[in-house]
Design a protein around this ligand. Sequence first.
Ligand code: UDP
Length: 237
Amino acid sequence: MKPVYKRMLLKLSGEALMGDKEFGISSDAIRIYAKQIKEIYDTGMELAIVIGGGNIFRGLSGKDQGVDRVTGDHMGMLATVINSLALQNAIEQLGIPTRVLTAIEMPKIAEPYIKRRATRHLEKGRVVIFGAGTGNPYFTTDTAAALRAIEINADLVAKATKVDGIYDKDPIKHDDAIKYDRVTYDEVLAKDLKVMDATAISLCRENKLPILVFNLLQEGNMKKVIYGENIGTTVVE
Ligand code: UDP
């Protein structure tokens, strides 16, 4: 069987790395993700990853700690670099060549983000992790995921979440929440469905980049995504 996508961008939230912990990085959680990433890598598909930083720092929460928004966002972007390095290390331990490319230059620890360099790494079969979000405050890593996916011509942005798709209301709080198999970008924006922020959705809409929201922790789901089985929720035109 061949994967249905040639190049995919996987968006992982920072919180996913916490596992059962309240903060930071759980070594068990990161190993689970690395194993899932290996499943993708082994199919020969080209894979890029954007990881959030919410397990360490979020710009908005900095306000409570007396940190202004821009500084907080800078701290948040640095948090994504910490996560990127941790993930790179875990993936490399499974024998997968991986490069971290950051939107804020820090050449002692990672390569600067250059689109052509990123695509070259992908063509050579390396997993590429994009760190430091978009490099700009007032954006999110969801927007970074959409932006990078478009820049590298990915066929799909796969967003890993704790729930198995997009619902009309929060399925954790409401028993009667209904899951969508497929929604349009416009519906997501009009109904303010919690998928990605509006900037990320608009970018995907403008560039016709499909988004798949799915639960990465459910055994076998990664394979289903790769082979185009109907899981999660797809956001399309
Ligand atoms: N951030 C930013 N610009 C970006 C991406 C991220 O300023 O392009 C900051 C922002 O403060 C955000 C934090 O980095 O709160 C962590 O990212 P995010 O909240 O998206 O992570 P996640 O929720 O996916 O863990």
